[in-house]
Design a protein around this ligand. Sequence first.
Ligand SMILES: Cc1cc2nc3c(=O)[nH]c(=O)nc-3n(C[C@H](O)[C@H](O)[C@H](O)COP(=O)(O)O)c2cc1C
Ligand SMILES: [Fe+2]
Ligand SMILES: [Fe+2]
Length: 398
Amino acid sequence: MEKILNITDDIYYVGVNDRDTYLFEGIWPLPKGVSYNSYLICDEKNVLIDTVKVSKSGLFIQKIKELINGESLDYLVINHMEPDHSGSIWSILQAFPDIKIVGNKKTFEFLNDLYGIKDNLLEIKEGDELNLGKHTLKFFMIPMVHWPETMVTYELTEKVVFTGDAFGGFGTLDGGIFDDEVEIEYYKNEIRRYYSNIVGKFGPMVQKALQKLSGLDIKIIAPTHGPVWRSNPKIIVDLYDKWSRYEAEEGVVIVYGSMYGNTEKMADYIANVLAKHGIKNIRVMNVSNVHESFIINEIWRFKGVIIGTCTYNNGIFPPVENLLINLSHKGLKNRVFAAFGTYGWSGGGVKGILEYINKNNWKLACEPVEVKFSPDNEDLKKLEEFAARFVKSLKEEL
Ligand SMILES: Cc1cc2nc3c(=O)[nH]c(=O)nc-3n(C[C@H](O)[C@H](O)[C@H](O)COP(=O)(O)O)c2cc1C
Ligand SMILES: [Fe+2]
Ligand SMILES: [Fe+2]
């Protein structure tokens, strides 16, 4: 059992760490775990902001009961209905049967769909206020960041904004809960992996949400995953602004799929030539060994994306194609692309990558290089030219 953790004098952290779940949403690996953050505001009315995943209900209820010390819990605000946050609603209702659930119309539609809950609801709309005594909550809708019902809850007195998944990241809170209590660089990478894989598709909606929040005086940003921002919340707001505008820094991600190492040889050669042209940030990633969430994270950071594939059944190597499908779903923009690869007889791998590049209107920096079975000296010369052109195009676009 952890120590009591204050966000401010009257606002407590009652979230939990999850080091058991292997794949978040059944797809994203959690090597560093994840936290489900929930907050308790103690006032004339006691309010809980969001809950935690159902597997952690027991610990969660215990924490709340210890803090609340026999008093009632009056409201539960649901900023986001995804079950990693709504999963403990039934346990909360059991422990505090008189509680009122606060949400918007869409929240309550999903509440009924997911849990069959229809009673004790308090429906709020954009800009509505809920007075708790010393504190007042105000609600703002941020639809599609990343579900349709998502909203943020702003506490007017202490200027704390509870933002749901926005500004959150993977990684359990190991010790400190504030940005200034932890090594924030460790978390930033996992915040970008969370953003790029889960929220990244909704860049324009994130921009709208940021515009809305820009009108608020914010002292603390309290998301539903990862560290709470109090020393300088502007850091995470600026990162979100950059990521949602698909801005990137100088650097190249070379992703390849290779069965027997020939395509990999090309990837390494290209990387060496890029380095000779002064590119320092180069990530060479084997799509078969690295989960695509880590690849997408790097692609969200860097401007250059070079994709290589061997040919497999007349087409792209399936894990490479998976990545391309995912990148196109995410509406990736403002990147510089190139393709390379190998084939044995009729080919089709590189052609397949080019089709994805065209279909998504991604900028192609140079003609692809495709070699029969294994690159010979002539092919390597072609790769020199390929990499030089790529760097030129990359620098022009930055
Ligand atoms: C299971 C398998 C399926 C393949 N399918 C094709 C194909 O449909 N068309 C083709 O041109 N080459 C095909 N190839 C040949 C490979 O593209 C070629 O061997 C290439 O050098 C593999 O590159 P790698 O060493 O990076 O895996 C296939 C190879 C394997 C092992
Ligand atoms: Fe979510
Ligand atoms: Fe979440």
